[in-house]
Design a protein around this ligand. Sequence first.
Ligand SMILES: Nc1ncnc2c1ncn2[C@@H]1O[C@H](COP(=O)(O)OP(=O)(O)OP(=O)(O)O)[C@@H](O)[C@H]1O
Length: 295
Amino acid sequence: MIQIEGISKAFGGLQAVDSVQFTVERGGITGLIGPNGAGKTTLFSILAGFLTADQGRVLLDGDDVTGLPPHKLFHRGLVRTFQIPKEFSRMSVRENLMIVPPAQSGERLSMSWLRWGKVKREDRRIGEKVDEVLDFLNLTHVADELAGNLSGGQKKLLELGRTMMIDAKVVLLDEPGAGVNRTLLNNIRDAIRRLNRDRGYTFCLIEHDMDLIAQLCDPVVVMAQGQVIAQGTMDEVRADPLVQDAYLGGGVSGRGVSAITEADVARTRGAGGPGEEAGDGTDNGTDNGEEEWRP
Ligand SMILES: Nc1ncnc2c1ncn2[C@@H]1O[C@H](COP(=O)(O)OP(=O)(O)OP(=O)(O)O)[C@@H](O)[C@H]1O
């Protein structure tokens, strides 16, 4: 479980995240939504250790993990996707998975000379795990393909696979549906569901695709202008006038509970802005070595 307690972050005079407080419950799929510039990405960056909060605390299973760098959080099972570093595009899908497990004996020269048998056993164990992950995500047919040749959706599945290699506890998903075709989106949705239901993964996901949020998430937390303005089921937040105003600038009076449509969201997204992520491993405002960090 992640408890977010009074997290704030300003960029110069802009209060990007303002005293945000909510809990991501263990075993759940929490949706984080809000119009462009609401502060979602900034909050994710703080939770995953890529940005330092000005104020507030983050507790992971009761432990204060505020300010821990990404690799420490990663090894505690808190992982943020989907940020495939560019260099990995020149490695095969299988290799991308092979390199994830921490502290592989095979990487240490002394170990490989002195304990050849142990190294081989570990390689075999990792190989079996990779096969299982590829099968789980329907990626076996592209196992030997360079990661850079995958489609956007397949890359996102691969990122999920990397979290599976370390048996992540909590996964922060950055727009898993962005730029993904329908078929692969269904695969991604099913993989998230199965990881949650069958393997106990806890997810928190930022997403602009309201259908995907409605299908997967309960609760849904809504941010606007740096603050949490609503939380509850998708139906509850949809019906909330504050939420409708936040998305549509107050222009939805009388449109009822289903006011937030995909078209509305697409319209709000069109505004763009500096908070928009490149999706290629870069992030704005990184102050904790994100570009250097590799899981
Ligand atoms: N590094 C930065 N420097 C200055 N301002 C920033 C920086 N990163 C984000 N911001 C600003 O902080 C605010 C929140 O941005 P953020 O990217 O967190 O919003 P968001 O809810 O993720 O938006 P989107 O849905 O468009 O990705 C925005 O006004 C954005 O312009």
